[in-house]
Design a protein around this ligand. Sequence first.
Ligand code: PLP
Length: 396
Amino acid sequence: MTTDNAETNANKPRLQTDWSAMHFATRAIRSGQDPDPTTGSVVVPIYQTSTYRHDAVGSFKGYEYSRTGNPTRTALENALASLEGGAWGLAYASGTAAAQNISYLLNPGDHLLMSNDIYSGTYRFYVGTFARYGVATTVVDMTDPVAVAAAMRPETRIVWVETPTNPNIRITDIAAIAAIAHSGGALLIVDNTFSTPYLQQPLALDADLVLHSTTKYIGGHSDVIGGAIVGNDPDIQADLAGHQNSAGAVPGPFDCWLALRGLKTLSLRMDRHCENAMAIAEYLHDHPAIDEVFYPGLSSHKGHDIAKRQMRTFSGMVSFTTRGGAEKAVDVVQRTLLFLLAESLGGVESLIEHPAQITHISVKGSEVAVDPSLIRLSVGIEHAEDLIADLAQALA
Ligand code: PLP
């Protein structure tokens, strides 16, 4: 039987797509990622071009120069905005570039209040680099709303939260901190890298901006570096988009395409990351060599109730301390076979690291220094039994 596809398709009624009414898994695959208008290509093409022909002076098809905008990047920005429930998204060359772009919302004399457990690069940029421009940054325990309220200053413009935190896996009540930030006239930024929009949507909890290192779960395959900011306020979008273009730390089209490809399977991967992490956290919790396990899925975790309220499940990141202190921690991270000793997180393969000497070495001796007996796991999507067997032999 032959079918005239062109005619069949032409006669089909066109659905009006209201993405906001659809489920996450559907939006991750389709929202912002319409077939290419010129060829019908189902996959958003890699528009590997730096520039675009103008029809005439003052007349062009929406793109002038790929630092300012690129169709592959637009698709990623729109897809991320849809998944976070935001009105707009902006993509960057790294999560750190996105964090730096936020700094352009601040002026000399302003104050930024930051979590005292945080990705070291964020702290390093604001306290080490940006402070010279007259913006003060102080840190506070974001799990304690009373302490946060007390740390607010009249000149506080931004409150910066990570939840769960890197590397101690602490949970912050986003809605409670949003209320404190807003009552002081500050914006709340949530670094949602550890949760992803599948597990947690900070904008719905009253945050103003969401930040991602798309290098992690969104890319999902440890093969791309990227970052993003998502929000609702059109004035902030105009401001940040201007700074994104002026500062120029934008992702290339191939990197955007890799992040988009990762996004399509985000919900499937996150379900397995979370299942595996829960199984591992329970195993470690009962292990005689373990001192403490930090995983919000455990009812013993201090932030368990808040995490249950604001997250779908509890992410793939698990940290723990052993009874042997720092020396034992270094020994364990060098003994695993499946868990690769490496920085970063959120890929399909499991990673293990020693934050005090690897990811957070740059904040050694500072107010956000990490306990040297801490081990951090990024639990991948391999079979949980194999991962547990690997940890068992490393801890033996
Ligand atoms: N935010 C968090 C929570 C991170 O863990 C990282 C990197 O590890 C970043 C931001 C920075 O992202 P990138 O490495 O893409 O610059």
